[in-house]
Write a protein that binds this ligand. Structure first.
Ligand code: OOG
Ligand code: MG
Length: 265
């Protein structure tokens, strides 16, 4: 896409997305009005996360998106994407998630890695395990700022890949046997999504390899002790009040939360 969008416009779009997330107000997709390319979409994403950092939020890691066919098919987007996580997005395992924090939240089952060393170059599959301390069952709550969760690749990247919140279960050092583990996400005890960790790029460790390549291309590094959300193993499910939401991953255990409909602030 050829474009003449200015740095000032990129900043303005970042502010629009940051405000939409902060005030929980859905907006129309940006690309029909503003022609920006994928590189510029990442610039908008970085600028909108910089606003969060200015408000005191701390970086905690990164997330990958569209690492499974199930998600690509659900959202109609077929490229791997990545976004930035902050501490304000963390919710407690076993705790209550207030749906008033979101516009139209959905939940998806993921694997979360904890890094043990700084990642500052592209890693191979063989090297990846050596950069990780642990893995945990996790869920991501996504909340596109765009009306009806409808967006182009550039739109969703600018919107920090729909990141809204994450719940991470207990970490274990079982890193080598994650290739084909059963994944079950349940609402009030009923399975709503069933799948396998193999749906995540064939092996969720491949998300770490991909993350290292994306970081390197962006000339960024990831400190030791960071989280890497590997991407959803299945399609996402809409959240409603009064749910007990649990995800069980074979070999990693369970992560859970409850939903409540609080009053919007
Ligand atoms: C974009 C985020 C995709 C994943 O795990 O695939 C994602 C979206 O679905 O709105 O987080
Ligand atoms: Mg996700």
């Amino acid at each position: 896409m050829s474009t003449t969008i200015t740095a000032a416009s990129l900043q303005a779009l970042a502010a629009t997305l940051d405000n939409a997330a902060k005030d929980r107000i859905e907006i129309d997709p940006l690309t029909p009005q503003h022609a920006f390319n994928l590189d510029q979409a990442y610039q908008i994403q970085r600028a909108s996360i910089a606003q969060r950092h200015r408000r005191g939020e701390q970086p905690i890691g990164i997330k990958l998106g569209f690492t499974s066919r199930a998600k690509m098919v659900q959202m109609g987007v077929d490229s791997l994407i990545w976004g930035l996580l902050t501490d304000a997005m963390l919710r407690d395992d076993g705790g209550t998630v207030d749906l008033a924090d979101f516009i139209h939240p959905r939940v998806e089952p993921e694997v979360c890695f904890l890094t043990s060393r700084v990642i500052d170059r592209p890693l191979t599959m063989l090297e990846a395990v050596g950069y990780l301390a642990a893995a945990a069952p996790a869920m991501e709550i996504i909340d596109s700022r765009y009306r009806n969760f409808k967006f182009t690749l550039e739109d969703v990247v600018a919107d920090n890949c729909s990141s809204a919140a994450l719940v991470v279960g207990a970490f274990s050092d079982n890193l080598r046997e994650l290739v084909n583990c059963g994944v079950a996400m349940r609402f009030n005890g009923h399975a709503v999504q069933l799948g396998s960790t193999g749906a995540i790029l064939g092996n969720p460790l491949r998300s770490v390899v991909q993350a290292s390549q994306l970081l390197s291309k962006a000339e960024m590094s990831l400190p030791a002790g960071s989280l890497i959300m590997a991407g959803a193993a299945t399609a996402a499910e809409a959240l409603t009040p009064g749910l007990h939401v649990a995800t069980e991953i074979g070999g990693l255990g369970q992560v859970e939360f409850f939903t409540a409909a609080g009053e919007p602030q």
